[in-house]
Design a protein around this ligand. Sequence first.
Ligand code: GAR
Length: 221
Amino acid sequence: MTTNISVLVSGRGSNFQSILDAAAEGLIKDVNFACVISDKKEAKALERARDNNIEAVFVDPKSFSSRAEFDREVIRILKEHDTDLVLLAGYMRIITEELVDAYAGKIMNIHPALLPAFKGLHAQKQALDYGVKVAGCTVHFVEADLDAGPIIIQRTVPVLPGDTEDSLADRILVEEHKAYPEAVRLFAEGKLEIRGRNVIIKEWWKKIAGRKSGKKTADSW
Ligand code: GAR
């Protein structure tokens, strides 16, 4: 079955591009990019969508009296496009509970930190200022709180002497571009299951746990 993906963006869209590339290379199968929605008119991500013949929609926050009204319009567009999976990819708005509920277990976000540390803006600077030795990125399912929800994938990078916010952000971004396509692939293949705070990745379980016991099979699920 094809997974209809809609992407919410605010800026550059390099994560969105990494997912497009992975799909074009056949690494993610059976997905369709339904639409890209931005709250910023000039977002480069909208241009990337148009370049790939994907519907690009700018929703102007100024046209709505509240966050709730804005998100209702977003929900309307998502539904209009038969969305199965919503990706927040550099989307710099806090989404309402109504939107989270409309797509419960079907909204993912990527954040440039090892959550639950360093939520919010300038996560890489927060990590540097704190003095951590390891940083990274997190792909997670979205709950109503900021940068919160069951974790799907995390990837780490070292923090090196002399790092600046930019150099650390660049190192983390390389890992983001691996983590997000991988999470989307797992979702599209039906391999993710949310159990409370945990996301079970059925593939790992089969390959690693299954191999160890020598007994588990795909049917164990
Ligand atoms: C990425 O680093 C992403 O992790 C971050 O914004 C950047 C967007 O880049 N997201 C957040 O900080 C969300 N809290 P992109 O537009 O090139 O994908």
